[in-house]
Design a protein around this ligand. Sequence first.
Ligand code: ADP
Ligand code: MG
Length: 280
Amino acid sequence: AGELPKPEKTRVLTISNQKGGVGKTTTAVNLAAALARQGARVLVIDLDPQGNASTALGVEHRAETPSVYDVIINDMPMDEVVQKSPEFGALFCVPATIHLAGAEIELVSLVAREQRLRRALDLYLAGTSEPYDYVFIDCPPSLGLLTINAFVAAREVLIPIQCEYYALEGLSQLLKNIKLIEKHLNPDLVVSTILLTMYDSRTNLATQVAKEVRDHFPKEVLNTAIPRSVRVSEAPSYGQSVVSYDLNSAGSLSYLEAAAEMAHRGAPRAAQEPPRGDKP
Ligand code: ADP
Ligand code: MG
């Protein structure tokens, strides 16, 4: 595989959509793998108590495994929980365990409850000897404190959209929430990337929704859409991304292409400067 241009600084993206089942986890795992395969150093933070990203990346996430829960709730340094994925040398994961299900409530009474992931991630990124090119945060399908932590830790939002009837409707609510986060908690946050997922070009509906989304967000939507493909849905049960599971399948090729597009587009300007620092 060819090498992609590397970002100047680590790009931290949260994969968000308050709808479940739209391809958030699938996109986090497969874009990460697709970038790693093309030479990038990538970290996936699993912030969903379901732990689907951890499963799909084939990393340990039994209850007793040190995880993102310990980082957020117990101030454990992130480097003590990061695991290397078995597929690629430069693909890493902060796993989620079942404990994370309680974090939503435990966070409420903690100091700096919205900033905990950001602080831990910034410390980790500042201390790693080999810098990461990308960090992807896989969010649960709700706007609770975990998702807010992801919005605060990230510079970019990547929204996966399933091409169906209610896609745009759900999107306006999501964008309102992001505006609120931008105003109150993270002024640097930018919706940089929209990815059409589970796209079936044979249906009129999908084509129509895709067109509408592209008309509304001409800059953000990637040209590559991810097709609906059985190989994509099979891969997680083997603890693999589709890129490893079936490199030449349509799903794998489309994630490789989407990854290349992201790399070539680079970070959005607003997300490049000013340098990350403590917020007042
Ligand atoms: P979310 O994280 O938003 O809840 P998932 O990534 O878990 O969504 O995807 C929901 C379901 O759809 C999963 O069973 C997944 O395997 C399947 N899926 C996602 N993308 C595709 C695709 N391109 N082709 C076929 N199945 C897909
Ligand atoms: Mg998910």
